[in-house]
Design a protein. Structure first.
Length: 325
């Protein structure tokens, strides 16, 4: 049974792919804990408390739990120590490897350059020739990327350059001739436009004179119509003002009659509801309190003033006569 336990642990460690010496060291660190844990876990499963009176089993369960806890804590402590040591070993290995690589890599790169010196020079010559071809051909061709200049032979490039120059020169000559013809045509058209412009100016001057005469006649007619319209509007405004004044006088007369009638009604009401002397005095006071309307015309004002004088006279008369009662 013990051999099976050890084999299980050994198989689990060997699956990690570590070197045999590392496997032995790892087994040596954890084998004891493994044996203790297997023994305690096996015996602890038989501890089953079914009654509160089984205090001995409860004590035994506590003792087993604390022993297992100690094993677990020791395993964790050992794990951290071994892992920390592995990390230090890893950092040391990386440091040593980096020192060796720093020594080798620059020399390795240098030797590669020496090894490929001819290839590098050939590439530089190809790039220089390509750049020179682009510069030469760009004088005559707008888009040089259309041609495979880098891989083109010297003979093919020289033929391309010559044909491009011929085409370019022909294009320039054609454009020059077209420009000369355009300028000549433009001069001719300018002269024709000048002659046409002179004729147009002459006709325009004559038309302007006719328009000026027509404008004078039009303005005279407009002035006449405006004067007639002004007179008509003035007459209509005067008639409207007179009608409004007449309506206002009639309205004020109606209001004055209504006030008079109201005063009489108030007098009658006061006469019926109070002693005679008090009624007369109160009625006189109501006459004094009558609010006179605001009038615009002088004629209406005269009529209103006359009525107010009469009302004032009536009020004073009422007061004087009431004293005799």
């Amino acid at each position: 049974m013990t051999e099976k336990k050890d084999n299980q642990l050994t198989i689990a460690v060997k699956k990690s792919g570590l070197q045999p010496s590392k496997v032995d060291s790892l087994l040596q660190s954890f084998a004891g804990y493994f044996d203790q844990a297997k023994e305690l876990t096996g015996s602890s499963r038989s501890i089953v408390v079914t009654d509160e009176a089984q205090t001995d089993l409860m004590i035994k369960a506590r003792e087993s739990r604390l022993k297992l806890k100690d094993i677990r804590i020791n395993v964790e402590k050992t794990r951290k120590e071994l892992k920390e040591q592995s990390l230090r070993e890893g950092r040391a290995i990386d440091g040593v490897a980096n020192i060796i690589k720093a020594l080798i890599v620059p020399v390795e790169e240098h030797l590669e350059k020496q090894e490929k010196y001819s290839e590098t020079k050939e590439l530089e010559r190809i790039e220089k020739r390509h750049s020179e071809r682009i510069t030469k051909l760009s004088v005559y061709v707008e888009d040089v990327t259309f041609y495979s200049l880098k891989s083109m032979s010297d003979d093919a490039f020289n033929k391309l350059l010559e044909s491009s120059k011929v085409t370019y020169d022909a294009k320039i000559a054609f454009e020059k001739k077209a420009e000369e013809e355009r300028v000549a045509t433009e001069i001719k058209e300018t002269e024709e436009r000048a002659r046409t412009k002179k004729e147009i100016l002459k006709l325009r001057g004559e038309a302007m004179k006719r328009e000026e005469k027509a404008e004078i006649v039009r303005k005279a007619n407009e002035k006449k119509l405006a004067e007639e319209k002004r007179k008509t509007e003035a007459a209509e405004a005067k008639l409207k003002t007179e009608k409004e004044a007449q309506k206002k006088r009639e309205r004020e007369a109606r209001e004055l009659e209504e006030a008079r009638k109201k005063a009489e009604d108030e007098l009658l009401r006061a006469t019926l509801l109070a002693p005679d002397k008090e009624k007369l005095i109160e009625f006189a006071g109501s006459i004094d309190k009558l609010q006179a309307p605001n009038l615009a015309s002088r004629e209406a004002g005269l009529i209103l003033n006359e009525a107010l004088d009469k009302l004032n006279e009536i009020s004073n008369n009422l007061r004087e006569k009431s004293k005799t009662l």
